[in-house]
Design a protein around this ligand. Sequence first.
Ligand SMILES: Nc1ncnc2c1ncn2[C@@H]1O[C@H](COP(=O)(O)OP(=O)(O)O)[C@@H](O)[C@H]1O
Ligand SMILES: [Mg+2]
Length: 263
Amino acid sequence: MEPLLSAEHITICYNGIPAVQDVSFQVEPGEILGIVGESGSGKSTLIRGVMGLLGEGGMITGGDIWYKGENLKDMPEKKFRKYQGPEIGMVFQDCKAAFCPVRTVGAQIYEALSAHEKITKKEAESRAREIMEKIGLTDYKRVLRSYPFELSGGMNQRAGICAAMILKPALLLADEPTSALDVTVQKQVAEELLLMRREYHTAMILVTHNMGLVKKTADKILVLKDGRVREYGKTADVLENPRDLYTKKLMDSVLSLKRIRSN
Ligand SMILES: Nc1ncnc2c1ncn2[C@@H]1O[C@H](COP(=O)(O)OP(=O)(O)O)[C@@H](O)[C@H]1O
Ligand SMILES: [Mg+2]
C-alpha cells in the first residue's frame, strides 16, 4: 500500500536558519502519527510545512513531501490551495483565534464549504449538524449562530474540528488541538478526534506535548528535538523501549505530573 503522506528528508528554514532538519516520516490512510517534543523543537514548523502555511521567511529548502503520489513541494500554488481543506485539513491550537471574530461560526463554516463545492446553506447546515452532533455540540443551531467569543474554549475547538472535518479531508493536521483546554475537556476533544477517525477513516498528524494523549491515540510517534528526529516508530515500541534519553525524560515528566495529580 502506498502511504498517504510521505515526508522525505525535509529541511525547513526561516530566513536561511534551519528549524527542521532532515526529517522523514510516513502516514498511512487512517493512521494517527503523534509528533512530540519540547517547545521550539520544530513541531509546528513541520506541520505548517506540510500544509503549505509557513508564511513569510519560512521555506522548505530540502527534501520532498509526497501526498497521494504527488510532490506537494513542486505543486503550483493554485492547485495546492485546492488541496487545503478537502484533502488536508487543519485544526489549530486556538480555534477561537483562527476563526474570524466578527462573523458567526456558521457563516465561516459555510464559506469554507462553498469555497470547494457548490452547496446551499441548508445543505451546509445539515452537514455541520451531522458532525457537530457526533462531537457533542448538540445545540448545533446555537453554535452556528454564535460569534466565536460567545462560545467556550471547548466549544470553539469542537467548532474548529467541525470546520475542518466537514470537508472530509483524507489527512487532518492538528497542532496542539487540546492544549488550551482544561483537563476534562482535553480528554473529550481527544475522544472526539478519535471518533472522527473511526467515522471517516481520516489520517491525522497530532502535534502535542501530552504523552498521555499520544499513548492513547497515536499509532506511530515521532520525537523531535532541535528540529531533528530523535525517535520514530510504533507508539508502543517507542514508549516501551525508548532508544533516547530525551524521550525517557519527556515520558517521565508526564508520569511524574500524573503522580502529583493523583496524590
Ligand atoms: N515565523 C518564524 N520565523 C522565524 N523563526 C521561527 C518562526 N516560527 C518558528 N521559528 C523558530 O523555529 C523553531 C521551531 O519552532 P516551532 O516550529 O514553533 O516549534 P514547536 O512548535 O515545537 O514549539 C524555533 O527555534 C522557533 O524560534
Ligand atoms: Mg508549536
